[in-house]
Write a protein that binds this ligand. Structure first.
Ligand code: COI
Length: 354
């Protein structure tokens, strides 16, 4: 791919690495590439970070034809920069795009584009403990058209945001509200795709949870509101009687990169991982019997997010004394050690950048 690079004449001041938060600051540059039907992908470029001019009639603004991804660049103790399983993000975006009738962005081009923008903005990859450069590839229709037809013009972009921990409170247990009114996904819908529309539709649950003093929502299946599926921005796992349960990826759950990595690691550590449907009633009954040892969310942004409190219809259960569980901490330590290059990569998951 021939990438035209135009560097900014006005580099921004870098934020304090100890107060980055998540997704608040943007780096100096962005990657852009256009798609036109009949031509394909063209004009790969890295340009100074700036607003993108949009036609007010662009399909993305009206009919949400948009997909996105999330991955991170990590700075090792030696000062090198590396990615974690970027091919998984590339493949997931292809699947998301297929569902939203958008052209695939080829895997090799995806990885090349990510490496290129991270290399140009290498000095934006933080070195503070736990901080990384969050990379947000996204794609949308630029075409002006109000009738409901598929589009012929798209833009693929990558922006980067130096970020600290996803939760300001750190890796402390979070309080989760089980949502039984609204639903996030149904079979045949877009639940498995990483598209903005899924998150827009889920916002109301998040707002409701926050108003009640909870930090995330646990979504139940859209058909029966019976089986646990995923948390706001993450997949979720339950350690019950020594076994690990997590919802199967059967069309309604996002196939998370961290989820997949955790399952692989847990199996290697000898755990029985049950990718099976678990009903909320069974989960609450296990909680009441003290058999739920740990609950944790898994995602790129938050890595691991232990759950300390679960509320379903006013039945409030405290998990593991509202403390981070032994397994959650072991998984968090193992995965972050791998991502930051502190232990050998025996899985072939690390992709060096520069
Ligand atoms: C990620 O973990 O990368 C995500 O995309 C979650 C996002 C909704 C914050």
């Amino acid at each position: 791919m021939d990438i035209k690079i135009t560097k900014t004449a006005h580099p921004k001041e870098k934020p304090d690495q100890k107060a980055l938060g998540f997704g608040k600051y943007m780096s100096d540059h962005m990657f852009l590439m256009d798609y036109t039907e009949g031509i394909g992908w063209h004009d790969a470029r890295i340009v100074p970070y700036a607003p993108i001019p949009m036609d007010p009639g662009a399909v993305a603004l009206h009919y949400a034809q948009e997909t996105f991804e999330g991955l991170k660049a990590y700075r090792t103790a030696e000062g090198k920069i590396q990615l974690f399983r970027p091919e998984m993000n590339a493949r997931r975006m292809i699947n998301s795009n297929r569902r939203l009738c958008m052209p695939p962005f080829p895997e090799d081009m995806f990885i090349e584009a990510v490496k290129a923008i991270v290399t140009v903005d290498a000095d934006w990859v933080p070195s503070a403990p736990g901080a990384s450069l969050y990379i947000r590839p996204f794609m949308f229709t630029t075409e002006c058209q109000l009738s409901l037809h598929n589009s012929k013009e798209f833009l693929f972009c990558i922006i980067c945001s130096p970020s600290g921990a996803y939760y300001e409170e750190g890796i402390n247990p979070v309080k989760i509200l089980v949502e039984d009114e609204y639903v996030r996904a149904v079979k045949g819908g877009t639940g498995f795709a990483k598209c903005g529309g899924n998150y827009a539709g889920a916002m109301i649950g998040q707002e409701k949870a926050e108003a009640m003093g909870y930090s995330q929502v646990l979504w139940l299946d859209g058909q029966e509101r019976k089986y646990v599926e995923e948390v706001g921005g993450m997949n979720i796992m339950f350690k019950i009687n020594g076994e690990i349960w997590t919802a199967p990826c059967e069309g309604t759950v996002l196939p998370g990169v961290t989820r997949d990595s955790m399952i692989t690691i847990l199996k290697e550590w000898g755990y029985n991982v049950r990718e099976e449907r678990l009903s909320i009633d069974d989960l609450m009954a296990y909680c009441e019997k003290g058999q739920v040892e740990e609950i944790f969310g898994t995602g790129t942004a938050a890595v691991i997010s232990p759950v300390g409190v679960l509320n379903y219809r006013g039945n409030v259960q405290t998990i593991n004394n509202n403390e981070i569980g032994e397994l959650s901490l072991k998984l968090y330590t193992y995965l972050t050690d791998l991502q930051w290059g502190r232990i050998p990569d025996t899985h072939g998951w690390i992709v060096p950048v520069c």
